[in-house]
Design a protein around this ligand. Structure first.
Ligand code: GAL
Length: 356
């Protein structure tokens, strides 16, 4: 009890002095964990379908192992009931800290509640869990992701005169990030729509971020545009990530339109960067996953050892002000692929340029 009071006091003084926020402190370590020589961290993932998440998992586990901790990974295959069961299983296993990548940011509040009852601290990884007693949230500047995607399209549009027609493919409605990406895009696009410079001819949300769902949205947009033979049905697709961009480009390929229409993305995954080299995708957003995964592993180990984590920001998730860490993102086109994802060792040059 005395330690908790001291920590709360320290956190208040620190946050007043430095604006830094100490992670919220969950309950004391359980007896099982006290006996354990190495901290055990539970990692509950929404999906491993996208290349991105396989990278997050591998880099997180490696960093945690290097820090002397073990990690138990469970994947929910985009099923909310399954994800709650996964968290229950990790709690029963007596993990010292939980890291959750929620399929549904609202539905996962239940998982946080169960963890809190068990006195286990929870870190929300990349995606926010709303209305819950989260200990820590670590992600990228997601609004900026959307702004950079939309700014790229707007700058391209500005190179030629005339009103432009835009298709918008948002992410999964259950993912809080999808709304943040849209918010960032709106910050740039809405004023141009109001000025009559851009017309949004079709827009929709791609359930579970599935490429096949994005393809359906692009197909619907092409049908709706009913362009005259040889004419472009629209000028750009503002796709919220590389997976949905890939699905949309499949639809363009089938219509002989690939490479003629601007397509955005996010995640800088290998397939997307190959498409950028081939010219069918125009840009993506690089999010240095190694930084997020390793910093999150460090934080999770500290939470597991009931040691404070310093966060420079906080975010209101509807229930508490969650201590938060936001990392920077980079816009990537054919011109700076080598200076970004290749230079960082995120992707291999020969594989990315193999399509050339
Ligand atoms: C978002 C994530 C993106 C994207 C998407 C699909 O939450 O921030 O990087 O990959 O999920 O999984």
């Amino acid at each position: 009890m005395k330690l908790r009071v001291t920590l709360v006091l320290v956190s208040c003084i620190l946050s007043i002095l430095t604006g830094l926020v100490l992670s919220r402190q969950s309950g004391p370590q359980s007896t099982t964990s006290k006996k354990r020589s190495r901290p055990l961290i539970g990692l509950s993932m929404d999906t491993l379908k996208e290349a991105r998440w396989q990278g997050d998992r591998d880099m997180f586990v490696k960093q945690a192992n290097d820090l002397g901790a073990d990690v138990e990974v469970l994947e929910a295959n985009s099923d909310d009931t399954r994800q709650i069961k996964d968290v229950e299983a990790l709690i029963t296993k007596g993990v010292d800290a939980l890291v959750i990548i929620p399929h549904d940011g609202a539905a996962c509040a239940k998982a946080v509640e169960l963890s809190r009852q068990a006195g286990i601290p929870v870190l929300a990884y990349d995606r926010l869990i709303t209305n819950s007693d989260l200990d820590l949230y670590m992600t990228f500047d997601n609004v900026k992701v959307g702004e950079l995607q939309a700014k790229f399209v707007a700058d391209e549009f500005a190179k030629t005169s005339g009103k432009k027609r835009l298709v918008r493919i948002y992410g999964s409605k259950t993912d809080n990030n999808a709304s943040l990406f849209k918010q960032g895009q709106d910050n740039i696009i809405s004023p141009l729509v109001e000025k009559g410079e851009i017309e949004v001819v079709h827009e929709d949300w791609a359930q579970d971020w599935r490429p096949e769902n994005a393809k359906k949205i692009a197909n619907a947009a092409i049908t709706k545009a009913a362009a005259a033979p040889g004419a472009l049905p629209f000028d750009a697709i503002l796709a919220s990530n590389d997976g949905t961009a890939g699905g949309a480009i499949q639809a363009l390929l089938e219509e002989g339109l690939a490479g003629k229409i601007i397509v955005t993305g996010q995640d800088a995954d290998e397939a997307a960067c190959q498409r950028i080299v081939a010219g069918t995708q125009t840009m993506t957003i690089y999010k240095p996953l190694k930084e997020l995964a390793s910093k999150a592993a460090e934080a999770a180990v500290r939470l597991a050892q009931r040691r404070p984590v310093i966060a420079k920001a906080e975010l209101d998730n509807g229930k508490v002000k969650v201590p938060s860490i936001f990392l920077e993102v980079v816009s990537v086109t054919k011109d700076n692929l080598k200076d970004t994802v290749i230079k960082d060792g995120f992707l291999k040059e020969d594989r990315v340029f193999s399509a050339q």
